[in-house]
Design a protein around this ligand. Sequence first.
Ligand SMILES: [Zn+2]
Length: 308
Amino acid sequence: MVNRRSWRVLAGIYALALTTGTHWPKLQLGGEETPPFDKLAHAGAFGVLTLLLWRTGWFRSLPALFATAVLWCLVDEVSQAMPGLGRETSFADFFASSTGVVMALAVLWAFRPVGGWPSRIQYDRTNWAIERTLVRPASALLIAAATIAFGAIGAVAAAGIAMLFPNPMPVLLGLLGLGIGMAVGVQASIEILRRRELARLDEPICFRCGAAAGAVEFDERGNGACLQCGAALHAGQWLDPPAIRRPVLRRLLGISALAGGGIIVAGFALYLAVLALRPMSRFFLRLNEAYNALPDDARLVFDLAWVV
Ligand SMILES: [Zn+2]
Protein backbone atom coordinates (compact mmCIF):
# COMPACT_ATOMS: atom_id res chain seq x y z
CA MET A 1 0.00 0.00 0.00
CA VAL A 2 1.05 3.56 -0.62
CA ASN A 3 1.67 4.73 2.91
CA ARG A 4 1.42 1.84 5.34
CA ARG A 5 4.36 3.35 7.17
CA SER A 6 2.57 6.59 8.02
CA TRP A 7 -0.37 4.54 9.37
CA ARG A 8 2.03 2.50 11.51
CA VAL A 9 3.69 5.63 12.90
CA LEU A 10 0.27 7.18 13.54
CA ALA A 11 -1.01 4.01 15.25
CA GLY A 12 2.14 3.90 17.42
CA ILE A 13 1.79 7.53 18.53
CA TYR A 14 -1.92 7.03 19.17
CA ALA A 15 -1.35 3.87 21.22
CA LEU A 16 1.28 5.68 23.35
CA ALA A 17 -1.02 8.66 23.94
CA LEU A 18 -3.96 6.37 24.76
CA THR A 19 -1.95 4.28 27.22
CA THR A 20 -0.62 7.43 28.88
CA GLY A 21 -4.16 8.75 29.17
CA THR A 22 -5.67 5.60 30.64
CA HIS A 23 -2.81 5.27 33.16
CA TRP A 24 -2.54 8.94 34.13
CA PRO A 25 -2.64 9.00 37.95
CA LYS A 26 -6.07 9.76 39.39
CA LEU A 27 -7.53 11.09 36.15
CA GLN A 28 -11.26 11.69 36.41
CA LEU A 29 -13.34 12.74 33.44
CA GLY A 30 -16.31 14.89 34.34
CA GLY A 31 -17.00 16.57 37.67
CA GLU A 32 -19.68 15.82 40.25
CA GLU A 33 -22.51 17.58 38.42
CA THR A 34 -21.54 17.21 34.77
CA PRO A 35 -22.38 13.77 33.43
CA PRO A 36 -19.15 11.80 33.07
CA PHE A 37 -18.66 10.89 29.43
CA ASP A 38 -15.92 8.55 30.47
CA LYS A 39 -17.55 5.38 29.06
CA LEU A 40 -18.20 7.10 25.76
CA ALA A 41 -14.55 8.21 25.70
CA HIS A 42 -13.46 4.61 26.31
CA ALA A 43 -15.57 3.30 23.45
CA GLY A 44 -14.43 6.05 21.07
CA ALA A 45 -10.75 5.80 22.00
CA PHE A 46 -10.54 2.03 21.54
CA GLY A 47 -12.71 2.15 18.42
CA VAL A 48 -10.21 4.55 16.83
CA LEU A 49 -7.32 2.34 18.00
CA THR A 50 -8.95 -0.65 16.27
CA LEU A 51 -9.35 1.26 12.99
CA LEU A 52 -5.73 2.46 13.13
CA LEU A 53 -4.46 -1.07 13.87
CA TRP A 54 -6.34 -2.33 10.82
CA ARG A 55 -4.75 0.34 8.61
CA THR A 56 -1.23 -0.74 9.64
CA GLY A 57 -1.67 -3.90 7.58
CA TRP A 58 -0.36 -6.09 10.41
CA PHE A 59 -3.64 -7.98 10.58
CA ARG A 60 -4.78 -10.27 7.81
CA SER A 61 -8.16 -11.11 9.25
CA LEU A 62 -10.82 -9.34 11.28
CA PRO A 63 -11.04 -12.12 13.94
CA ALA A 64 -7.29 -11.68 14.63
CA LEU A 65 -7.81 -7.93 14.90
CA PHE A 66 -10.78 -8.47 17.21
CA ALA A 67 -8.87 -10.82 19.53
CA THR A 68 -5.88 -8.46 19.72
CA ALA A 69 -7.96 -5.33 20.33
CA VAL A 70 -10.11 -6.91 23.05
CA LEU A 71 -6.99 -8.36 24.71
CA TRP A 72 -5.51 -4.86 24.53
CA CYS A 73 -8.59 -3.43 26.30
CA LEU A 74 -8.26 -6.09 29.00
CA VAL A 75 -4.52 -5.53 29.57
CA ASP A 76 -5.05 -1.77 29.56
CA GLU A 77 -7.81 -2.03 32.15
CA VAL A 78 -6.12 -4.62 34.40
CA SER A 79 -2.79 -2.76 34.38
CA GLN A 80 -4.56 0.31 35.78
CA ALA A 81 -4.61 -1.53 39.11
CA MET A 82 -0.83 -0.98 39.42
CA PRO A 83 -0.11 0.54 42.82
CA GLY A 84 0.67 4.25 42.86
CA LEU A 85 -1.57 5.22 39.96
CA GLY A 86 -4.61 5.84 42.14
CA ARG A 87 -6.80 4.17 39.54
CA GLU A 88 -8.61 0.91 39.51
CA THR A 89 -9.71 -1.81 37.16
CA SER A 90 -13.30 -1.33 36.14
CA PHE A 91 -15.32 -3.99 34.40
CA ALA A 92 -17.67 -1.31 33.05
CA ASP A 93 -14.71 0.47 31.44
CA PHE A 94 -13.53 -2.77 29.87
CA PHE A 95 -17.04 -3.37 28.56
CA ALA A 96 -17.20 0.16 27.11
CA SER A 97 -13.78 -0.19 25.43
CA SER A 98 -14.70 -3.56 23.95
CA THR A 99 -17.96 -2.09 22.67
CA GLY A 100 -15.89 0.50 20.80
CA VAL A 101 -13.81 -2.32 19.31
CA VAL A 102 -16.95 -4.17 18.21
CA MET A 103 -18.38 -1.02 16.60
CA ALA A 104 -15.11 -0.40 14.70
CA LEU A 105 -15.10 -4.03 13.53
CA ALA A 106 -18.73 -3.76 12.41
CA VAL A 107 -17.71 -0.83 10.21
CA LEU A 108 -14.69 -2.70 8.80
CA TRP A 109 -16.79 -5.81 8.23
CA ALA A 110 -19.46 -3.80 6.39
CA PHE A 111 -16.81 -2.31 4.08
CA ARG A 112 -14.87 -5.51 3.43
CA PRO A 113 -14.49 -6.63 -0.18
CA VAL A 114 -16.97 -9.26 -1.26
CA GLY A 115 -17.02 -11.31 -4.43
CA GLY A 116 -14.18 -12.29 -6.72
CA TRP A 117 -11.24 -10.41 -8.21
CA PRO A 118 -13.28 -7.64 -9.89
CA SER A 119 -14.47 -6.42 -6.52
CA ARG A 120 -10.99 -6.97 -5.04
CA ILE A 121 -9.45 -4.77 -7.72
CA GLN A 122 -12.22 -2.24 -7.13
CA TYR A 123 -11.40 -2.34 -3.42
CA ASP A 124 -7.68 -1.81 -4.08
CA ARG A 125 -8.53 1.08 -6.38
CA THR A 126 -10.71 2.78 -3.75
CA ASN A 127 -8.12 2.17 -1.06
CA TRP A 128 -5.32 3.51 -3.21
CA ALA A 129 -7.23 6.69 -4.04
CA ILE A 130 -8.11 7.32 -0.39
CA GLU A 131 -4.56 6.74 0.84
CA ARG A 132 -3.08 8.84 -1.95
CA THR A 133 -5.39 11.77 -1.27
CA LEU A 134 -4.73 11.61 2.49
CA VAL A 135 -1.05 12.27 1.79
CA ARG A 136 -1.99 15.80 0.70
CA PRO A 137 -2.30 18.22 3.63
CA ALA A 138 -5.08 20.08 1.80
CA SER A 139 -7.19 16.88 1.76
CA ALA A 140 -6.77 16.39 5.50
CA LEU A 141 -7.80 20.02 6.06
CA LEU A 142 -10.86 19.65 3.84
CA ILE A 143 -11.93 16.44 5.61
CA ALA A 144 -11.44 18.06 9.02
CA ALA A 145 -13.42 21.16 7.95
CA ALA A 146 -16.26 19.07 6.47
CA THR A 147 -16.38 16.89 9.61
CA ILE A 148 -16.61 19.92 11.91
CA ALA A 149 -19.12 21.76 9.69
CA PHE A 150 -21.46 18.78 9.17
CA GLY A 151 -21.11 17.80 12.83
CA ALA A 152 -22.14 21.30 13.94
CA ILE A 153 -25.10 21.34 11.52
CA GLY A 154 -26.19 17.89 12.74
CA ALA A 155 -25.88 18.87 16.41
CA VAL A 156 -27.86 22.12 16.00
CA ALA A 157 -30.52 20.46 13.84
CA ALA A 158 -31.00 17.50 16.21
CA ALA A 159 -31.06 19.74 19.30
CA GLY A 160 -33.61 21.96 17.53
CA ILE A 161 -35.82 18.97 16.70
CA ALA A 162 -35.49 17.77 20.32
CA MET A 163 -36.95 21.06 21.57
CA LEU A 164 -40.17 20.38 19.66
CA PHE A 165 -41.01 17.47 21.96
CA PRO A 166 -42.64 17.70 25.39
CA ASN A 167 -39.67 16.12 27.20
CA PRO A 168 -36.73 17.62 25.34
CA MET A 169 -33.33 15.97 25.68
CA PRO A 170 -31.37 18.47 23.58
CA VAL A 171 -27.92 17.37 24.80
CA LEU A 172 -28.46 13.69 24.09
CA LEU A 173 -30.07 14.24 20.70
CA GLY A 174 -27.55 16.97 19.93
CA LEU A 175 -24.75 14.46 20.51
CA LEU A 176 -26.49 11.95 18.26
CA GLY A 177 -26.84 14.66 15.57
CA LEU A 178 -23.18 15.57 16.05
CA GLY A 179 -22.15 11.95 15.46
CA ILE A 180 -24.33 11.51 12.39
CA GLY A 181 -23.26 14.88 10.96
CA MET A 182 -19.57 14.08 11.46
CA ALA A 183 -19.99 10.68 9.80
CA VAL A 184 -21.70 12.31 6.81
CA GLY A 185 -18.98 14.98 6.63
CA VAL A 186 -16.15 12.44 6.65
CA GLN A 187 -17.85 10.16 4.15
CA ALA A 188 -18.86 12.91 1.72
CA SER A 189 -15.49 14.69 1.71
CA ILE A 190 -13.50 11.46 1.31
CA GLU A 191 -15.79 10.37 -1.53
CA ILE A 192 -15.25 13.66 -3.40
CA LEU A 193 -11.47 13.62 -2.85
CA ARG A 194 -11.22 9.97 -3.87
CA ARG A 195 -13.00 10.61 -7.15
CA ARG A 196 -10.77 13.62 -7.85
CA GLU A 197 -7.68 11.52 -7.17
CA LEU A 198 -8.77 8.86 -9.69
CA ALA A 199 -9.68 11.52 -12.26
CA ARG A 200 -6.20 13.04 -11.84
CA LEU A 201 -4.51 9.76 -12.76
CA ASP A 202 -3.11 10.02 -16.30
CA GLU A 203 -1.48 6.60 -16.71
CA PRO A 204 -2.51 3.11 -15.60
CA ILE A 205 -0.89 2.09 -12.32
CA CYS A 206 -1.09 -0.93 -10.04
CA PHE A 207 -3.45 0.00 -7.21
CA ARG A 208 -1.74 -2.46 -4.92
CA CYS A 209 1.77 -0.99 -4.97
CA GLY A 210 1.45 2.21 -7.02
CA ALA A 211 3.92 1.15 -9.77
CA ALA A 212 3.29 2.26 -13.37
CA ALA A 213 1.46 -0.49 -15.27
CA GLY A 214 1.75 0.88 -18.83
CA ALA A 215 4.22 -1.86 -19.83
CA VAL A 216 2.21 -4.78 -18.45
CA GLU A 217 1.15 -7.32 -21.11
CA PHE A 218 -2.32 -8.81 -20.90
CA ASP A 219 -3.42 -12.16 -22.32
CA GLU A 220 -6.45 -12.48 -24.62
CA ARG A 221 -8.79 -12.62 -21.63
CA GLY A 222 -7.39 -9.36 -20.28
CA ASN A 223 -5.47 -10.88 -17.38
CA GLY A 224 -2.01 -9.69 -16.38
CA ALA A 225 0.20 -9.14 -13.37
CA CYS A 226 1.96 -6.13 -11.91
CA LEU A 227 5.65 -6.11 -12.89
CA GLN A 228 6.67 -4.87 -9.47
CA CYS A 229 4.50 -6.62 -6.89
CA GLY A 230 2.88 -9.39 -8.93
CA ALA A 231 -0.68 -8.39 -8.02
CA ALA A 232 -3.32 -9.56 -10.49
CA LEU A 233 -4.25 -6.81 -12.95
CA HIS A 234 -6.97 -6.69 -15.55
CA ALA A 235 -6.93 -4.72 -18.79
CA GLY A 236 -10.31 -3.20 -17.93
CA GLN A 237 -9.56 -2.23 -14.34
CA TRP A 238 -8.81 1.42 -15.05
CA LEU A 239 -12.19 2.00 -16.64
CA ASP A 240 -14.94 3.18 -14.34
CA PRO A 241 -17.02 0.27 -13.08
CA PRO A 242 -20.39 -0.04 -14.82
CA ALA A 243 -23.05 1.96 -13.03
CA ILE A 244 -25.58 -0.12 -11.16
CA ARG A 245 -28.88 -0.04 -13.04
CA ARG A 246 -31.52 2.08 -11.38
CA PRO A 247 -34.14 -0.60 -10.58
CA VAL A 248 -31.43 -2.79 -9.04
CA LEU A 249 -30.08 0.15 -7.04
CA ARG A 250 -33.59 1.05 -5.89
CA ARG A 251 -34.20 -2.49 -4.72
CA LEU A 252 -30.85 -2.64 -2.89
CA LEU A 253 -31.55 0.67 -1.15
CA GLY A 254 -35.03 -0.55 -0.28
CA ILE A 255 -33.66 -3.74 1.23
CA SER A 256 -31.03 -1.97 3.34
CA ALA A 257 -33.51 0.68 4.53
CA LEU A 258 -35.96 -2.06 5.50
CA ALA A 259 -33.27 -4.06 7.27
CA GLY A 260 -31.97 -0.98 9.13
CA GLY A 261 -35.48 0.08 10.16
CA GLY A 262 -36.30 -3.52 11.08
CA ILE A 263 -33.31 -3.77 13.41
CA ILE A 264 -34.26 -0.55 15.22
CA VAL A 265 -37.92 -1.63 15.53
CA ALA A 266 -36.75 -5.06 16.76
CA GLY A 267 -34.57 -3.32 19.37
CA PHE A 268 -37.54 -1.32 20.66
CA ALA A 269 -39.72 -4.43 20.58
CA LEU A 270 -37.15 -6.33 22.62
CA TYR A 271 -36.97 -3.50 25.16
CA LEU A 272 -40.79 -3.37 25.38
CA ALA A 273 -40.91 -7.15 25.75
CA VAL A 274 -38.44 -6.95 28.64
CA LEU A 275 -40.59 -4.23 30.24
CA ALA A 276 -43.77 -6.27 29.75
CA LEU A 277 -42.24 -9.50 31.06
CA ARG A 278 -40.91 -7.87 34.23
CA PRO A 279 -43.88 -8.74 36.45
CA MET A 280 -43.80 -12.35 35.31
CA SER A 281 -40.19 -13.27 35.77
CA ARG A 282 -37.40 -12.32 38.12
CA PHE A 283 -34.86 -12.67 35.31
CA PHE A 284 -36.38 -9.86 33.27
CA LEU A 285 -36.80 -7.72 36.35
CA ARG A 286 -33.09 -8.11 37.08
CA LEU A 287 -32.19 -7.45 33.44
CA ASN A 288 -34.13 -4.20 33.49
CA GLU A 289 -32.67 -3.17 36.85
CA ALA A 290 -29.15 -3.94 35.69
CA TYR A 291 -29.66 -1.78 32.62
CA ASN A 292 -31.10 1.12 34.61
CA ALA A 293 -28.31 0.85 37.17
CA LEU A 294 -25.72 1.58 34.49
CA PRO A 295 -24.42 5.16 34.41
CA ASP A 296 -26.05 7.36 31.75
CA ASP A 297 -23.14 7.28 29.35
CA ALA A 298 -22.64 3.53 29.67
CA ARG A 299 -26.27 3.15 28.63
CA LEU A 300 -25.66 5.46 25.70
CA VAL A 301 -22.70 3.29 24.61
CA PHE A 302 -24.86 0.19 24.95
CA ASP A 303 -27.68 1.76 22.92
CA LEU A 304 -25.22 2.94 20.26
CA ALA A 305 -23.72 -0.54 19.98
CA TRP A 306 -27.19 -1.94 19.55
CA VAL A 307 -27.93 0.45 16.68
CA VAL A 308 -24.55 -0.26 15.01
ZN1 LIG B 1 1.91 -3.74 -8.03
